[in-house]
Design a protein around this ligand. Structure first.
Ligand code: SAH
Ligand code: SF4
Length: 366
């Protein structure tokens, strides 16, 4: 079977070149052709020797997951549903803003951590994405968005400048593949993004967070969602294993090497659950020793979730209390509502075995 070169970071490509009897410098050329120019046809790789191009055409491919659907919301947010085999779909979302374009990337099919308000968590764990499936999301988005840029008016921001690992799945539970994909995002011969512009979001897998600190410290977002262990145990079950004190200590360790001098705490606003004035005060106390910013996320409802979104007024009051205590606090805009594209809510589908693709399409248009 042909080798998918999207599965390799720089080192992997050097090894691959060795295996097929080619010099290591070919790896850099290949990286550029694949990731910077988005070329899939080896014949078009004009600075490779003809013999090598022919060899590659027989032993290798460059293949990202197949696009099942591609929707653009009225606010410019774009969502792709990608096929990852066995009837499963993952989602990738592009969020254009004035000075940047952020791609929200998935890391797993489903998620084992079962946070009670998360639709991905509700579907259980299916499998880890491969490196090709993770980096393939950025590869595909770049190709499609760059192509669009040529046809839209100059100055319209359409290319990916930031990546957030906030799609389906827990990135730190798929450590090796996620880190290889991060390596490619940062590699100057591939995407050349700075560490500050690549964010890993975690619900708090502490040992893996320590490993990330050592191996590839990119910007960090931590899904806090509660100001005390009792409530967090209910909302984010992994808290029973790594409670708040342990998690916040790990955040402190991370900050020593992080590319940004703060951690972003995500806090989903659930009506009557974690959004009271006293929760806000408790939260201020909890994080008093940690340089941090807060991102309040209005809950994205889905059928059977059992939760309701906090009112706009509760979110405003909560934000004001945090801000008055000196904590920089933003409220996530709900983007792309008309295509169910809100990052993090991503309604993953474990599809009915008989109606897989039909279900995927239907879910995407709801
Ligand atoms: N597993 C990682 C990253 C993916 S989820 C994590 O948990 O951090 C990205 C963010 O979306 C997390 O903060 C998550 O808690 C949040 N989220 C999950 N379901 C949500 C929902 N229904 N509404 C709003 N935010 C949600
Ligand atoms: Fe998994 Fe994150 Fe959803 Fe929790 S919020 S179930 S960790 S994807």
């Amino acid at each position: 079977m042909a080798t998918n070169l999207l599965n390799f970071d720089a080192k992997g490509l050097v090894d691959f070149c060795n295996e097929i009897g080619e010099k290591p410098f070919r790896a850099k050329q290949l990286l550029r052709w694949i990731h910077q120019f988005g070329v899939t046809d080896f014949v078009a790789m004009s600075d490779l020797a003809k013999g090598l191009r022919e060899k590659l055409s027989t032993v290798a491919v460059i293949e990202s997951p197949q696009i099942l659907s591609d929707y653009e919301a009225s606010d410019g947010t774009r969502k792709w549903l990608l096929a990852v085999g066995a009837g499963n779909g993952i989602e990738t979302v592009f969020i254009p803003e004035t000075n940047r374009g952020t791609l929200c990337v998935s890391s797993q099919v489903g998620c084992a951590l079962a946070c009670t308000f998360c639709s991905t968590g509700k579907q259980g764990f299916n499998r880890n994405l491969t490196v090709a499936e993770i980096i393939g999301q950025l590869w595909m988005a770049n190709k499609l968005l760059k192509h669009d840029t040529e046809s839209v008016s100059a100055g319209t921001q359409r290319v990916v400048t930031n990546v957030v690992m906030m799609g389906m799945g827990e990135p730190l539970a798929n450590f090796d593949n996620v880190v290889m994909a991060l390596d490619l995002m940062l590699d100057d011969h591939a995407y050349g993004l700075s560490r500050r512009k690549v964010t890993v979001s975690t619900s708090g897998l502490v040992p893996a967070l320590d490993r990330l600190r050592e191996r590839c410290p990119v910007a960090l977002a931590v899904s806090l969602h509660a100001p005390n262990d009792d409530l967090r145990d209910q909302l984010v079950p992994i808290n029973k294993k790594y409670p708040l004190k342990v998690l916040l200590d790990a955040c402190q360790r991370y900050l020593a090497v992080a590319p940004r001098d703060f951690v972003t705490f995500e806090y989903v606003m659930l009506d009557g659950v974690n959004d009271s004035v006293s929760h806000a005060h408790e939260l201020i106390k909890l994080v008093q020793d940690i340089p941090c910013k807060f991102n309040l996320i209005p809950f994205n409802s889905f059928p059977g979730s059992g939760f309701k979104r906090s009112s706009a007024e509760s979110v405003r009051v909560f934000r004001d209390i945090l801000q008055q205590a000196g904590l920089v606090t933003t409220v996530r805009k709900t983007r792309g509502d008309d295509i169910a594209a809100a990052c993090g809510q991503l309604a993953g589908q474990v599809m009915d075995k008989t109606r897989r693709t039909a279900n995927a399409r239907a879910a995407c248009t709801k």
